[in-house]
Design a protein around this ligand. Structure first.
Ligand code: PEP
Ligand code: MN
Length: 449
């Protein structure tokens, strides 16, 4: 049983602090009605599941497991379909199989999924052909379409976010526990892909090896339950605090607060102010917390974040998701890792090789080079190797669809191809082939470290 945060002694301590990147809701009364309704809705995840993920991430922090966190930059309501969700999940499961088998390491799988509907923006407005409108802030806030009506923040969208998250999570739970994620399906996840793509063929060879290993174990009388289902968790950026607060409840088993909108939530680069509402919110909930760290992060910032978010120094509680850029990671990361390690904290270090490597192509498309993404991951591994610390995982923006949003990769996409299938509502994502390529290359780095 859970009860709402406000009924809990202490209340919403983050409510009166400055909160960056919040929507300018024009109708406060409508917002209050929506919040009241959301507060009456059932939780999307259970506190016990959040605890379990915290334990799994504890293994990542201790150097015993690897985190694969990935999904869309921004989920969209009109992409809540069986096909999109299945393709995304399939890609993540394939990457998980590659990393587990080729990297010989347990992989903790976490989607940017079932709640990733809100976006921080660097500019409040967008101008096209002399027309200036408020920026798109994610489907939870306003519409992507460039019209005045679509761009007005509408709190009814927060309810749609809840229902879209619930429907997505329901299908993800069905897929991951209902037989689809059974390791005996390693070939099935690749079926539509094997002929059309070099990475699909490479995957097929690995899947045959996995099959042989499983047949061997079967012949030895080993057929563990772990092969039949997969543990998969949902995460998103905790950005719109009215939404996250309305789904923050007291766990009656322990009296602790949990944000039951997702298993893990992270605080973004633009909202991690030490005296701001987002960090205060994150400090009050027991979910595993991620914080994005960009190239301007000082070691003191990192240490203060640990003080605020992980005062007990509990492995698994805090994950630092670094997003420095391929050209900066080798300069900026060592000092952070060194000082955090010296402080005795055991955080998980994860590499987001996407957000420091975005640029605008001549065509006007926001894009990323596969080689830059790869180079940032390489730099991340190099730094951890030289310090004797654990490269804990990757955080990537990807989709299971054959989009053309990032350039490069084994099945090469050129700048001139970008217009063909450029579908993202926000940042450019790796497509399925690029995601699998990355998984193979990261598995090699992991094995060689
Ligand atoms: C994101 O993850 O989509 C994002 C906006 O990242 P960051 O906060 O690191 O810029
Ligand atoms: Mn993004």
């Amino acid at each position: 049983m859970t009860v709402n945060a406000e009924t809990h002694a202490g209340g919403n301590t983050w409510q009166d602090l400055p909160a960056a990147q919040q929507p300018d809701w024009p109708d406060q009364e409508a917002l209050r009605d929506v919040i009241a309704e959301l507060e009456s809705y059932p939780p999307l995840v259970f506190a016990g599941e959040c605890d379990q993920l915290r334990e799994r991430l504890g293994a990542v922090a201790r150097g015993e497991a690897f985190l694969l966190q990935g999904g869309d930059c921004a989920e969209a309501f009109d992409a809540v379909s069986a096909e999109h969700i299945r393709n995304k999940l399939k890609t993540l499961l394939q990457m998980g199989a590659v990393l587990t088998y080729a990297g010989s390491v347990p992989v903790v799988k976490v989607g940017r999924i079932a709640g990733q509907y809100s976006k921080p923006r660097s500019k409040p407005t967008e101008t096209r052909d002399g027309v200036t409108l408020p920026t798109y802030r994610g489907d939870s806030v306003n519409g992507f379409e460039f019209t005045e009506a679509a761009r007005i923040p509408d709190p009814q969208r927060l309810k749609r976010m809840y229902h879209a998250s619930a429907a997505t999570l329901n299908l993800v739970r069905a897929f991951t526990t209902g037989g689809y994620a059974d390791l005996r399906q390693v070939h099935a996840w690749n079926q539509d892909f094997v002929k059309s793509s070099p990475s699909g063929q490479r995957y097929e060879a690995l899947a045959r090896e996995i099959d042989r290993a499983m047949n061997f174990m079967n012949a030895c009388g080993v057929n563990p339950e772990e092969f039949r289902t997969v543990e998969f968790y949902a995460s998103h950026e905790a950005l719109v605090l009215d939404y996250e607060s309305s789904l923050t409840r007291v766990d009656s088993r322990t009296g602790n607060l949990y944000d039951v909108s997702g298993h893990m939530v992270w605080i973004g680069e633009r909202t991690r102010q030490l005296d701001g509402a987002h960090i205060e919110f994150a400090s009050r909930i027991r979910n595993p917390i991620g914080v994005k760290l960009g190239p301007t992060t000082t070691a003191q910032d990192a240490l203060t974040l640990i003080e605020r978010l992980d005062p007990e120094r509990e492995p698994g509680r805090l994950t630092f998701i670094t997003r420095m850029g391929a050209d900066k990671i080798r300069d900026k990361l060592p000092e952070l890792v060194e000082k955090v390690t010296a402080s005795g904290a055991q955080v998980a270090w994860i590499c987001d090789p996407m957000h420091g490597n975005t640029f605008e192509a001549a065509s006007g498309h926001k894009t990323r080079r596969f080689d830059d993404v790869l180079d940032e991951v390489k730099g991340f591994f190099e730094v951890h190797k030289s310090l004797g610390t654990h490269p804990g995982g990757i955080h990537v923006e990807l989709t299971g669809d054959d989009v053309t949003e990032c350039v490069g990769g084994g099945d090469e996409i050129f700048v001139d191809d970008l217009h063909q299938r450029y579908e993202t509502a926000c940042d450019p994502r790796l497509n399925r082939s690029q995601s699998l390529d990355l998984a193979f290359l990261v598995a090699e780095m992991y094995r060689d470290q």
